[in-house]
Design a binder for this molecule. Sequence first.
Ligand code: GAP
Length: 581
Amino acid sequence: MAFIVRKKIGERDYYYLNENKRIEGKVKTKTLAYLGKTKKEAEKKAKEFLEKMEKKEFTDDGKQGSLRSPSFAKANEEVSHSHSKAMREKKEEIANLHTEISVEDMAIFCKRRGFVYQSADIYGGFAGFWDFGHLGAELKNNIKKEWWKFHVWERRDIKGIDGSIITHPLVWKASGHVDSFSDVFVVCKKCKKPEKIDRKDLGKVKCPKCGGEFDNENAKEFKLMFKTNVGEKDEAYLRPETAQLIFTNFKSVYENARMKLPFGIAQVGKAFRNEIAPRDFLFRCREFEQMEIEYFIIPNSSCNYEIPEVEILTYSAANQEKDELPVKMKITEALKKGIIKKDWHAYWLATEFSWFVNLGANPNNFRIRQHRKDELAHYSSDCWDLEYKFPFGWKELEGIADRSDYDLSQHQKFSKKDLTVFDENSKKKILPHVICEPSLGVERAFLVFMFDSYFYDDKRENIVLRLHPKIAPIKAAIFPIVKKEDFEKLCESIFDDLKSELNVIYDESGSIGRRYARNDEIGTPYCITVDEESLKNKDATIRERDTKKQIRVKISELKTTLKKLINEEIQFEKAGKLVKT
Ligand code: GAP
């Protein structure tokens, strides 16, 4: 039976449609839908939602509601071969226990908890620029670290580089950015707000904010690259993407890292775009970071990796042109049916999606969308985006384009350097093709993990940020159960033992309940408590954030146990002696 609940988060009210379900003998509350901020709106939305649910009108793209699909377990099973059944079920439960909030409220939460601040807030902020606070910096670094581990360390076919932000201006001439990296900028005649639109939409679209007409006659071309000076007057640009540095270093990496095709080059770093209308918190910034790979192959060669068996909402160009809804299918099936044209493309789409899901993101909030013909760059035969269901709609999270040999041939032409490599099979020199360019913004990934882990727990009456332990800013908080010299000393020695390998904190202020709540809200997966027994038995309790279960573990084994828990090598219940609470 579904029912409406009101939650007070900060100063605001939020309404949700909840349902109680008995799972394994326990009654659990599941949020079915976010209903808005007023009672009236909530009642209306709940009625509509329940009517549609009765008629089974829901689709997985969320257009008709936000029911979580039961196929989660399947998708997740296929994504993470290494996870035990119990861990998988736990992830499923976490995905279901989720609270939807708006992007504005997420920005407020991030500020209040030290994740993200408006840049130069004390001067009134600076549109499109953000600073990461003491927790945000950790989360962002952990996302980048996990991305690098997965894409570079754990693979023999990808090497990483770190190129300069200000590059030779000819790089941007060759890449086409100087001539065509621009947006069309129009102002709404009614609300006077500026808007960036696609050139092809000029004269055809209205203001998305108020529905007003745009002043199309005064539309302006707006260059997106930031200019700067090198020396006294030489003009240069701040890079608008990291990708071009990969192309300019292609031959050096190929030779010095002794790579063989197929292989990739990865890079993580800052990019700058003078966006006309930065918006939606971290979604569209003027300064951001990218995690990019250029994956080079012998032209027309096929993929030599197994494509992960994942299922995802698939929105083909044909679906879009016919105004149809996306369809849930296996990526391998989309390849078989010719929806995805190349096996390499299917491989990278499945791999990128898996990276998110293995780090705790909810697979039901993702889809892949093929670019329509009118969106494709002239050199690209196929392009797909990995999209995420943000509170403001389905949006691009990661672009995964086939760039053919466009960039290498342009740089070869402009630099007059030979960028071909010798192909042992054909015994000819060839110019490799970039079959895929997975390109992901760190800030967008940050938002995904924040939205998917944010949960207001009615019973605890506090937010629980269910971040995967691998990316959680703080891995463990260490508490003395009460302020007492013996306990404090023991806590300090635990802190000293853990600090070199794990980011941990010591917290002694407030009641134990308050300290748990504080750490739940910032996503700390484990709290270690020292009590009277610890002095006698040389052990401590570890409390798990998501289940509130506690185990007792020998102090000498705390570090190894925490590391195994973080890496999902053991189940929490089996990592120590379960405490009855
Ligand atoms: N090298 C290809 C490239 O840069 P893109 O689609 O322009 O392609 C790739 O950008 C990714 O970079 C996007 O999918 C998004 O995640 C991120 N991104 C792009 N512009 C951004 C912005 N203004 N703010 C935050 N992230 C952005």
